[in-house]
Design a protein around this ligand. Structure first.
Ligand code: SF4
Ligand code: SF4
Length: 85
């Protein structure tokens, strides 16, 4: 029996699938000690951190709450807090 082949029908379709509902905790960007290093933008596996000028935020429609941004921020300007549903 052959397996069905899964095909991506068009580029960029992942934007249509909001994955934020999987999250059990969320990042809170404190905008307090940010040094504008952009590490949080680079390390986010979902590419959902954006901003500039010492002010960054995550797009919570796509953030899965992995906590990598908070772990890697060199100045502890991101807290992970439990998601409240
Ligand atoms: S990793 Fe931390 S210090 Fe660097 S831009 Fe992000 S919030 Fe700011
Ligand atoms: S918690 Fe994970 S998915 Fe969410 S913004 Fe930080 S690095 Fe990205």
């Amino acid at each position: 029996m052959s397996k069905p082949i899964q095909i991506t029908t068009k580029p960029g379709s992942s934007k249509e699938y909001k994955t934020g509902s999987w999250r059990t905790s969320r990042p809170v960007f404190k905008h307090d000690t940010c040094n504008d290093c952009r590490i949080c933008v680079i390390v986010c596996p979902d590419s959902c951190v954006s901003g500039g000028d010492f002010k960054y935020d995550a797009d919570l429609d796509f953030c899965k709450g992995c906590g990598i941004c908070a772990h890697e921020c060199p100045v502890d300007d991101i807290d992970m807090v439990l998601e409240v549903k």
